[in-house]
Design a protein around this ligand. Structure first.
Ligand SMILES: Cc1ncc(COP(=O)(O)O)c(C=O)c1O
Length: 392
């Protein structure tokens, strides 16, 4: 059947490793690519007088965090567990920031002990926990600037009725002495001009906020290394007039997204309603944003062409599909495919729905070797279900 491949993109760029070298499903993390991204980001941030943090939420693997520690100034965390791990990796040498709607009386004491700066997500959170946090960490407030750039509302921190940050028109006018300011209102943007426009908006509405904050975290949400207007970062930071005050950037995806490869094998193929379906040994639950946001991953390892083939996940869910791709030849059981840009928000969000095992985690080391880092199995499944493998 003729098909103009409009849907999923098929990359013909060479892969940095041999997909045949791993057991599938596998998540291969290119450590050299992450280190390179971190070094380039740190150079950009430091060049404009900012400190460079990595937001753990995008990908949490201790070995990767160890590698990120040196080029960066620290990490940012959004839960007690992330904060604990970040502090274990950083020791006393790096800075740790925290912001989360989930900061509560249950975890505030631990978070205060672990973190250097904590931003409160709401005014009530600040009122309830300001004293506890303030005993050992510097406090800040998260501002919701009310400027949206993201078309998809589930990604938009400034969507109507947002739970993220204190809206500009509700931000207190007094009692802000000594507090920091946090804002984050974008997602995978390559336009630093968005950040500039956000700061102009805040400055016009409340010039005191940018002028008086004792430190400012401008958030993540930018693919800084791929920015089409990186020079505007200098302009944006200059707007803060921030001489002498720390300014932070905290991307997640920007440092790890393109360094992750989900390698999968075809297990079955059959026609269905004039389409060819290829079932894979992975599932969208290894890349949950495919289903959450109807995003279609770019694939590699196969020749692009005019033959339409639907790639489907292994679970019972009808919508467990990666979408249609135009390939040169029909897929057959045993063929291998590589799903690209699987480094961010994949491993941290994957789960074992249907009892399907998680991908084996491999590192592509800076020396070019594939090393297995973690193989999951029945005992992981059983423990999560509340079972005790040793008792069997
Ligand atoms: C407060 C905050 N900072 C940083 C990030 C990292 O964003 P990204 O991975 O898009 O760079 C997020 C993502 O949700 C966030 O909510």
């Amino acid at each position: 059947m003729e098909f103009n491949p409009p849907a999923g993109a098929v990359s013909t760029d060479p892969l940095p490793f041999d997909p045949a070298a791993v057991d599938t499903p596998a998540l291969v993390i290119d450590e050299a690519a992450i280190l390179d991204a971190a070094e380039r980001f740190a150079a950009l941030a430091h060049g404009v007088g900012c400190q460079a943090l990595y937001s753990l939420k995008a990908l949490v693997i201790p070995g990767i965090l160890e590698r990120l520690r040196s080029p960066l100034d620290g990490f940012s965390a959004s839960s007690e567990f992330e904060a604990r791990l970040a502090r274990e990796i950083l020791g006393t040498r790096g800075l740790l920031q925290f912001v989360s709607p989930g900061l509560s009386g249950r975890n505030a004491g631990v978070i205060a002990d672990l973190c250097d700066q904590v931003s409160f997500n709401s005014l009530p959170q600040w009122r309830r926990l300001g004293q506890v946090i303030g005993r050992s960490a510097a406090c800040g407030l998260r501002l919701n600037p009310g400027v949206s750039f993201v078309g998809e509302s589930r990604y938009d921190p400034c969507r109507p009725g947002s739970k993220l940050g204190i809206p500009l028109d509700q931000f207190p006018r007094s009692g802000l002495q000594g507090l920091g300011l946090h804002l984050h209102n974008n997602c995978e943007s390559t336009r630093i001009g968005d950040l500039f426009d956000t700061l102009v908006h805040v400055q016009e509405a409340r010039p005191d906020l940018l002028a008086d904050a004792s430190w400012i975290n401008l958030g993540g949400g930018y693919l800084f290394n791929e920015a089409e207007d990186a020079e505007r970062l200098d302009e944006a930071v200059a707007l803060l007039g921030a001489a002498g005050r720390p300014v932070f950037l905290e991307p997640g995806a920007g440092l790890v997204q393109s360094a992750g490869f989900l390698v999968t094998s075809v297990t079955d193929c059959f026609p269905s309603s004039e389409q060819r379906v290829a079932v894979l040994d992975t599932t969208v639950n290894h890349l949950p944003e495919v289903l959450e946001y109807q995003y279609q991953p770019e694939i590699a390892g196969v020749e692009p062409g005019a033959l339409k083939q639907t790639l489907a996940g292994a679970s019972c869910l009808a919508g467990d599909q990666f979408g249609a791709y135009g390939l040169a030849a029909p897929l057959a059981p045993g063929d291998r495919l590589v799903l690209l840009d699987a480094g961010s928000y994949s491993f941290v969000k994957s789960h074992m729905f249907n009892g399907i095992n998680l991908p084996t985690l491999y590192a592509l080391t800076p020396g070019g070797h594939i090393e297995e880092r973690r193989r999951f199995g029945y005992s992981d499944f059983l423990q999560r279900c509340g079972g005790q493998p040793d008792a069997r």
